[in-house]
Ligand binder design. Structure first.
Ligand code: OAD
Length: 268
Protein backbone atom coordinates (compact mmCIF):
# COMPACT_ATOMS: atom_id res chain seq x y z
CA UNK A 1 0.00 0.00 0.00
CA UNK A 2 1.45 3.42 -0.91
CA UNK A 3 1.19 6.57 1.22
CA UNK A 4 -1.79 7.90 -0.72
CA UNK A 5 -3.78 4.68 -0.34
CA UNK A 6 -3.00 4.56 3.35
CA UNK A 7 -4.07 8.17 3.98
CA UNK A 8 -7.24 7.51 1.96
CA UNK A 9 -8.00 4.49 4.20
CA UNK A 10 -7.35 6.59 7.28
CA UNK A 11 -9.75 9.26 6.00
CA UNK A 12 -12.43 6.65 5.28
CA UNK A 13 -12.08 5.25 8.82
CA UNK A 14 -12.17 8.73 10.42
CA UNK A 15 -15.04 9.80 8.19
CA UNK A 16 -16.91 6.64 9.22
CA UNK A 17 -16.69 7.67 12.88
CA UNK A 18 -17.73 11.22 12.07
CA UNK A 19 -20.58 9.94 9.88
CA UNK A 20 -21.90 8.01 12.89
CA UNK A 21 -22.08 11.25 14.88
CA UNK A 22 -23.95 12.97 12.06
CA UNK A 23 -26.38 10.04 11.73
CA UNK A 24 -27.08 10.04 15.47
CA UNK A 25 -27.91 13.75 15.38
CA UNK A 26 -30.12 13.35 12.35
CA UNK A 27 -31.97 10.37 13.87
CA UNK A 28 -32.52 12.20 17.16
CA UNK A 29 -33.53 15.44 15.42
CA UNK A 30 -30.76 17.30 17.26
CA UNK A 31 -29.40 20.68 16.13
CA UNK A 32 -26.33 20.67 13.89
CA UNK A 33 -24.08 23.70 13.53
CA UNK A 34 -21.47 24.39 10.85
CA UNK A 35 -18.73 27.03 10.93
CA UNK A 36 -16.93 27.56 7.64
CA UNK A 37 -13.88 29.59 6.66
CA UNK A 38 -11.87 30.37 3.57
CA UNK A 39 -10.73 26.74 3.11
CA UNK A 40 -14.34 25.87 2.29
CA UNK A 41 -14.05 27.72 -1.03
CA UNK A 42 -10.48 26.74 -1.96
CA UNK A 43 -11.64 23.96 -4.26
CA UNK A 44 -13.91 26.45 -5.97
CA UNK A 45 -10.75 28.35 -6.90
CA UNK A 46 -10.98 31.10 -4.26
CA UNK A 47 -7.68 31.48 -2.42
CA UNK A 48 -7.61 31.33 1.39
CA UNK A 49 -5.94 34.05 3.46
CA UNK A 50 -3.53 31.85 5.41
CA UNK A 51 -2.02 28.38 5.22
CA UNK A 52 0.39 26.96 2.66
CA UNK A 53 2.35 29.28 0.37
CA UNK A 54 -0.67 30.62 -1.48
CA UNK A 55 -2.53 32.48 1.26
CA UNK A 56 -3.61 35.96 0.19
CA UNK A 57 -2.10 37.52 3.31
CA UNK A 58 1.32 36.11 2.38
CA UNK A 59 1.41 38.35 -0.72
CA UNK A 60 -0.96 41.20 0.14
CA UNK A 61 -0.91 43.44 3.20
CA UNK A 62 -4.10 43.12 5.28
CA UNK A 63 -3.41 46.41 7.06
CA UNK A 64 -3.63 48.26 3.72
CA UNK A 65 -6.38 46.14 2.13
CA UNK A 66 -8.62 45.07 4.98
CA UNK A 67 -8.93 47.99 7.37
CA UNK A 68 -10.95 51.23 7.38
CA UNK A 69 -7.67 53.12 7.76
CA UNK A 70 -6.21 51.42 4.68
CA UNK A 71 -9.29 52.34 2.63
CA UNK A 72 -9.23 55.96 3.83
CA UNK A 73 -5.52 56.20 2.95
CA UNK A 74 -5.78 54.71 -0.55
CA UNK A 75 -9.33 53.96 -1.72
CA UNK A 76 -8.25 53.25 -5.31
CA UNK A 77 -5.79 50.54 -4.24
CA UNK A 78 -8.34 48.85 -1.98
CA UNK A 79 -11.22 49.11 -4.47
CA UNK A 80 -9.09 47.54 -7.24
CA UNK A 81 -8.32 44.58 -4.98
CA UNK A 82 -11.97 43.97 -4.06
CA UNK A 83 -13.10 44.31 -7.68
CA UNK A 84 -10.56 41.58 -8.48
CA UNK A 85 -11.91 39.36 -5.66
CA UNK A 86 -15.54 39.99 -6.63
CA UNK A 87 -14.75 38.96 -10.21
CA UNK A 88 -13.07 35.74 -9.00
CA UNK A 89 -16.01 34.90 -6.74
CA UNK A 90 -18.59 35.61 -9.44
CA UNK A 91 -16.74 33.25 -11.81
CA UNK A 92 -16.41 30.48 -9.18
CA UNK A 93 -18.83 27.59 -8.70
CA UNK A 94 -19.87 25.88 -5.46
CA UNK A 95 -17.81 22.74 -4.85
CA UNK A 96 -18.86 19.29 -3.63
CA UNK A 97 -18.50 20.45 -0.02
CA UNK A 98 -20.93 23.37 -0.46
CA UNK A 99 -23.36 21.01 -2.18
CA UNK A 100 -23.11 18.39 0.60
CA UNK A 101 -23.86 21.06 3.23
CA UNK A 102 -26.81 22.32 1.19
CA UNK A 103 -28.20 18.76 1.07
CA UNK A 104 -27.76 18.48 4.83
CA UNK A 105 -29.53 21.80 5.46
CA UNK A 106 -32.31 20.81 3.07
CA UNK A 107 -32.89 17.42 4.67
CA UNK A 108 -32.75 18.30 8.39
CA UNK A 109 -34.91 20.99 9.96
CA UNK A 110 -32.30 22.12 12.48
CA UNK A 111 -29.07 23.02 10.69
CA UNK A 112 -27.37 26.41 11.07
CA UNK A 113 -24.43 27.39 8.88
CA UNK A 114 -22.26 30.32 9.95
CA UNK A 115 -19.53 31.38 7.56
CA UNK A 116 -16.62 33.77 7.76
CA UNK A 117 -16.61 33.85 3.97
CA UNK A 118 -17.80 36.92 2.15
CA UNK A 119 -18.59 34.90 -0.98
CA UNK A 120 -22.06 33.55 -1.86
CA UNK A 121 -21.10 29.96 -2.66
CA UNK A 122 -23.18 28.41 0.15
CA UNK A 123 -26.24 30.25 -1.20
CA UNK A 124 -25.48 29.30 -4.79
CA UNK A 125 -25.24 25.66 -3.65
CA UNK A 126 -28.80 26.04 -2.36
CA UNK A 127 -28.40 26.80 1.36
CA UNK A 128 -30.79 29.41 2.76
CA UNK A 129 -30.33 31.53 5.87
CA UNK A 130 -26.53 31.41 5.98
CA UNK A 131 -25.11 33.48 8.84
CA UNK A 132 -22.47 35.80 7.35
CA UNK A 133 -20.15 36.76 10.19
CA UNK A 134 -17.81 38.85 8.04
CA UNK A 135 -20.37 40.36 5.68
CA UNK A 136 -21.09 39.98 1.98
CA UNK A 137 -18.54 41.33 -0.49
CA UNK A 138 -21.28 42.23 -2.99
CA UNK A 139 -23.34 44.28 -0.47
CA UNK A 140 -21.73 47.59 -1.47
CA UNK A 141 -22.33 50.61 0.71
CA UNK A 142 -21.04 54.10 1.30
CA UNK A 143 -17.97 54.23 3.55
CA UNK A 144 -19.17 57.58 4.92
CA UNK A 145 -22.95 57.48 5.37
CA UNK A 146 -23.53 53.70 5.10
CA UNK A 147 -26.21 54.00 2.39
CA UNK A 148 -26.48 50.86 0.24
CA UNK A 149 -24.93 51.28 -3.21
CA UNK A 150 -25.80 49.86 -6.63
CA UNK A 151 -23.97 46.77 -7.90
CA UNK A 152 -21.06 47.53 -10.22
CA UNK A 153 -19.92 45.95 -13.49
CA UNK A 154 -17.17 43.45 -12.73
CA UNK A 155 -13.99 42.95 -14.75
CA UNK A 156 -13.06 39.54 -16.16
CA UNK A 157 -11.39 37.26 -13.62
CA UNK A 158 -7.62 37.76 -13.65
CA UNK A 159 -4.58 36.15 -12.06
CA UNK A 160 -3.48 39.42 -10.45
CA UNK A 161 -5.41 42.49 -9.28
CA UNK A 162 -5.08 45.77 -11.14
CA UNK A 163 -3.08 48.30 -9.15
CA UNK A 164 -5.74 50.98 -8.84
CA UNK A 165 -9.40 51.60 -9.65
CA UNK A 166 -11.41 54.56 -8.41
CA UNK A 167 -14.42 53.47 -6.32
CA UNK A 168 -17.87 54.74 -7.30
CA UNK A 169 -19.36 57.67 -5.39
CA UNK A 170 -22.36 57.40 -3.07
CA UNK A 171 -25.55 58.79 -4.63
CA UNK A 172 -26.61 60.22 -1.26
CA UNK A 173 -23.47 61.92 0.09
CA UNK A 174 -20.77 61.56 -2.57
CA UNK A 175 -18.62 59.42 -0.26
CA UNK A 176 -16.63 56.46 -1.54
CA UNK A 177 -18.41 53.14 -2.06
CA UNK A 178 -16.80 50.16 -0.28
CA UNK A 179 -17.35 46.39 -0.24
CA UNK A 180 -19.71 44.93 2.37
CA UNK A 181 -17.02 43.03 4.27
CA UNK A 182 -16.00 43.34 7.91
CA UNK A 183 -12.50 44.78 8.07
CA UNK A 184 -9.99 44.41 10.89
CA UNK A 185 -10.96 46.72 13.72
CA UNK A 186 -14.66 46.69 12.77
CA UNK A 187 -17.46 45.00 14.69
CA UNK A 188 -19.26 41.95 13.32
CA UNK A 189 -22.89 42.52 12.31
CA UNK A 190 -24.72 42.19 15.63
CA UNK A 191 -27.52 39.96 14.35
CA UNK A 192 -25.07 37.55 12.68
CA UNK A 193 -22.91 37.29 15.78
CA UNK A 194 -25.97 36.70 17.99
CA UNK A 195 -27.20 33.98 15.64
CA UNK A 196 -23.77 32.29 15.55
CA UNK A 197 -23.51 32.32 19.34
CA UNK A 198 -27.01 30.83 19.60
CA UNK A 199 -25.93 28.14 17.13
CA UNK A 200 -22.83 27.32 19.20
CA UNK A 201 -24.76 27.22 22.44
CA UNK A 202 -27.50 24.85 21.29
CA UNK A 203 -25.98 22.55 18.65
CA UNK A 204 -25.30 18.92 19.52
CA UNK A 205 -22.72 18.64 16.73
CA UNK A 206 -20.51 21.36 15.25
CA UNK A 207 -18.60 20.91 11.99
CA UNK A 208 -15.67 23.35 11.75
CA UNK A 209 -14.60 23.51 8.12
CA UNK A 210 -11.61 25.24 6.52
CA UNK A 211 -10.79 27.90 9.07
CA UNK A 212 -7.42 28.67 10.66
CA UNK A 213 -9.18 29.79 13.85
CA UNK A 214 -6.98 32.86 14.12
CA UNK A 215 -9.59 35.60 13.76
CA UNK A 216 -11.80 36.43 16.72
CA UNK A 217 -14.56 36.47 17.74
CA UNK A 218 -15.52 33.76 15.18
CA UNK A 219 -12.65 31.59 16.40
CA UNK A 220 -14.28 31.39 19.83
CA UNK A 221 -17.33 29.49 18.51
CA UNK A 222 -15.90 25.92 18.53
CA UNK A 223 -14.81 26.12 22.19
CA UNK A 224 -18.15 27.73 23.05
CA UNK A 225 -19.99 24.85 21.37
CA UNK A 226 -17.84 22.26 23.12
CA UNK A 227 -18.40 23.96 26.50
CA UNK A 228 -22.13 23.70 25.85
CA UNK A 229 -21.89 19.96 25.19
CA UNK A 230 -21.49 19.76 21.40
CA UNK A 231 -19.38 17.13 19.68
CA UNK A 232 -16.92 19.10 17.53
CA UNK A 233 -15.46 17.80 14.26
CA UNK A 234 -12.78 19.79 12.43
CA UNK A 235 -12.30 19.36 8.68
CA UNK A 236 -9.02 20.86 7.52
CA UNK A 237 -5.95 19.41 5.77
CA UNK A 238 -3.75 21.17 8.36
CA UNK A 239 -3.75 21.31 12.17
CA UNK A 240 -5.09 24.67 13.39
CA UNK A 241 -5.57 26.77 16.50
CA UNK A 242 -8.96 25.05 16.81
CA UNK A 243 -7.81 21.44 16.59
CA UNK A 244 -7.45 21.14 20.36
CA UNK A 245 -11.11 22.09 20.82
CA UNK A 246 -12.25 19.35 18.43
CA UNK A 247 -13.21 15.83 19.46
CA UNK A 248 -12.20 14.64 16.02
CA UNK A 249 -10.12 16.10 13.18
CA UNK A 250 -10.50 14.99 9.58
CA UNK A 251 -7.30 15.91 7.75
CA UNK A 252 -8.82 16.38 4.31
CA UNK A 253 -10.16 19.00 1.95
CA UNK A 254 -13.74 20.15 2.51
CA UNK A 255 -14.85 19.03 -0.94
CA UNK A 256 -13.55 15.54 -0.27
CA UNK A 257 -14.53 15.05 3.38
CA UNK A 258 -18.02 16.59 3.52
CA UNK A 259 -19.59 14.32 0.87
CA UNK A 260 -18.16 11.31 2.77
CA UNK A 261 -19.59 12.54 6.04
CA UNK A 262 -23.03 13.74 5.16
CA UNK A 263 -26.07 11.83 3.91
CA UNK A 264 -26.57 11.23 0.18
CA UNK A 265 -22.88 11.55 -0.58
CA UNK A 266 -21.26 9.36 -3.19
CA UNK A 267 -20.69 5.76 -2.05
CA UNK A 268 -17.33 5.45 -0.21
P1 OAD B 1 -7.76 31.35 6.68
O1 OAD B 1 -7.26 31.69 5.32
O2 OAD B 1 -7.14 31.99 7.86
O3 OAD B 1 -7.62 29.78 6.89
C1 OAD B 1 -7.98 28.89 5.88
C2 OAD B 1 -7.88 27.48 6.43
O4 OAD B 1 -8.38 26.61 5.43
C3 OAD B 1 -6.46 27.02 6.77
O5 OAD B 1 -6.46 26.46 8.07
C4 OAD B 1 -6.16 25.95 5.71
O6 OAD B 1 -5.37 24.89 6.23
C5 OAD B 1 -7.55 25.46 5.38
N1 OAD B 1 -7.72 24.88 4.05
C6 OAD B 1 -7.01 25.10 2.92
N2 OAD B 1 -7.51 24.39 1.90
C7 OAD B 1 -8.58 23.72 2.38
C8 OAD B 1 -9.54 22.83 1.81
N3 OAD B 1 -9.49 22.50 0.52
N4 OAD B 1 -10.51 22.32 2.62
C9 OAD B 1 -10.57 22.67 3.92
N5 OAD B 1 -9.70 23.51 4.51
C10 OAD B 1 -8.72 24.03 3.75
O7 OAD B 1 -9.35 31.56 6.60
P2 OAD B 1 -10.36 31.96 7.75
O8 OAD B 1 -10.09 31.19 8.99
O9 OAD B 1 -11.71 31.90 7.15
O10 OAD B 1 -11.59 38.15 7.12
O11 OAD B 1 -9.95 33.46 7.99
C11 OAD B 1 -10.70 34.25 8.88
C12 OAD B 1 -10.79 35.65 8.36
O12 OAD B 1 -9.48 36.18 8.13
C13 OAD B 1 -11.47 35.77 7.00
O13 OAD B 1 -12.87 35.78 7.09
C14 OAD B 1 -10.94 37.06 6.47
C15 OAD B 1 -9.49 36.96 6.91
O14 OAD B 1 -8.84 38.17 7.13
C16 OAD B 1 -12.41 38.94 6.39
O15 OAD B 1 -12.59 38.81 5.20
C17 OAD B 1 -13.09 39.99 7.17
Amino acid sequence: MDARQSSRMELNTDAGRARQQVRQCLAAGEPIGVLTGAGMSVESGIAAFRGGDHGLWSRFDPARLASPEGFAADPDLVWAWYLWRMAAIRAARPNAGHLALARLAGSHPDVAIATQNVDDLHERAGTRGVIHLHGDIFALRCADCGAPAQPVALPSPAAEPPLRRTPPRCAACNGHVRPGVVWFGEALPGDAWAAAQAMAQRCALLLVVGTSGLVHPAAALPAMARDHGAYVIEINPEPTALSAAAHQCLRAAAAEALPLLLPDGPPA
